[in-house]
Design a protein around this ligand. Structure first.
Ligand SMILES: Cc1cc2nc3c(=O)[nH]c(=O)nc-3n(C[C@H](O)[C@H](O)[C@H](O)COP(=O)(O)O)c2cc1C
Length: 394
């Protein structure tokens, strides 16, 4: 007997009632939103979203890291009690597919983050709302479900940073995700070549009331980077200060080095997000997936670890879970689906990813997320390595 998976464009009765619009018939898997988004977004905006920084070396590394692993099919295991529920740092989630903080979502849809928040709510996905959102964090909180976290960028003045944290607390966000890997971002050559500039009506509204910091004048021997931009970059002291200011759990996003992971763990953060910002920060940084096993080994089996950068399918999610992540964050696919079909598109994309993950779990004989471990994967062998891995005996 063979069961065929049909790609369904229906979500669920309750979701379909609240999210209106249409899913184009070309969408058969979550990644299809990527190619279709080209038709729905202005070309410079698409290039801005799709590109990384510099020459996209890390964007490419993120994608190829997943293709270096294959998943073992396992036979005759009963998975009929299977589910995707995960418990992370004491919180239970219906599935491990979270929405990454993605700034300026009005580039993809006029209602921007409000649509993504509604989709996340409908699909029981944890939403991480960006400091640089184009809708107010309070409005996003109203549209989002109970599982919502706030992503914080340190501001040049502690008072402004604290203002964001207090607003997030008041709006009912249940964790603060501090992004530390993007104090400065190299320009995206891809976006530059496409002539991208941020539209004047797409602004970081959460920061609107913050006074513009005074311009510093640099001496002739001073660097625009070190003494200029990086003067406002947070340090370990700032992180300690922040943790003393909030009772919310503090997660750190942008961790790639096992030693940083250990130092952060020792300082009492709630968990870490292994990420290279989707290749948008340091071009030439390793793929997040490549660093995941070393970071899991460094922090131990029980410490909460999430991963993002390069996830485009349910099998990518399976591989991240197998290599030590407790859940994953979806970045660009969120923007692509938003541009194609608003909240309905984002909800559909989450549904597809979840089902793609469930198919992998079923065929790999892993009925629950804790059943997925590195034994489920094998490094892909190239044709010239094949004889070394599987010696021919006759
Ligand atoms: C257009 C865009 C805007 C982003 N804005 C933020 C942000 O405001 N804060 C943040 O921590 N990460 C931001 N990120 C990074 C994402 O949170 C995430 O790390 C990354 O997109 C994951 O890689 P993926 O796009 O391959 O899934 C942004 C990414 C994109 C593509």
């Amino acid at each position: 007997m063979m069961a065929m998976m049909m790609t369904s464009t229906s979500i669920s009765t309750s979701t379909a009632q609240t999210l209106t619009g249409a899913i184009p018939p070309e969408i058969h898997c979550a990644q299809d939103y990527e190619s279709l988004a080209r038709r729905f977004m202005a070309s410079p905006s698409y290039e801005y979203v799709a590109g990384g920084c510099g020459n996209d070396l890390t964007v490419a590394a993120n994608l190829s890291a997943f293709s270096q692993w294959d998943i073992y099919p396992r036979l005759l295991r009963d998975v009929t009690a299977g589910h995707t529920v995960v418990t992370i740092a004491g919180q239970t989630f219906a599935h491990p597919v979270f929405m990454a903080p993605v700034a300026f979502q009005q580039l993809a849809h006029t209602a921007g983050e409000l649509e993504s928040a509604r989709a996340a709510h409908a699909m029981q996905s944890c939403l991480i709302s960006s400091t640089l959102s184009s809708c107010r964090l309070e409005d996003i909180a109203c549209a989002a479900g109970p599982q919502r976290w706030f992503q914080l960028y340190f501001q040049p003045r502690h008072g402004d940073t604290l203002d964001l944290v207090k607003r997030a607390e008041d709006a009912g966000y249940s964790a603060i995700v501090v992004t530390l890997d993007a104090s400065i971002q190299a320009a995206s050559h891809r976006a530059q070549r496409a002539g991208f500039s941020m539209p004047s009506d797409c602004v970081a509204v959460n920061l609107r009331d913050h006074a513009i910091p005074e311009k510093i004048s640099l001496g002739p021997d001073q660097s625009r980077i070190f003494q200029g931009v990086m003067r406002d970059a947070p340090t370990w002291r700032d992180l300690e200060w922040l943790m003393s200011q909030t009772s919310l759990p503090v997660w750190i996003k942008g961790v790639l080095h096992p030693l940083d992971a250990c130092s952060l763990q020792q300082r009492g953060v709630a968990g870490l997000i292994v990420s290279n910002h989707g290749g948008r920060s340091l071009d030439g940084a390793p793929a997040s997936l490549t660093m995941l096993p070393a970071i899991r080994a460094a922090v131990g089996p029980a410490f909460p670890l999430l991963l993002d950068s390069g996830i485009r399918s349910g099998s990518d999610i399976f591989k991240a879970l197998a290599l030590g992540a407790n859940a994953v964050l979806i970045g660009r696919l969120q923007m692509y689906a938003l541009s194609v079909a608003g909240a309905l598109g984002v909800a559909h994309m989450i549904k597809l990813l979840r089902e793609e993950l469930e198919v992998c779990m079923a065929l790999a004989g892993c009925p629950t997320v804790p059943d997925i471990d590195s034994g489920a994967l094998i490094r892909r062998v190239t044709p010239d390595q094949r004889h070394a891995v599987f010696p021919i005996t006759n």
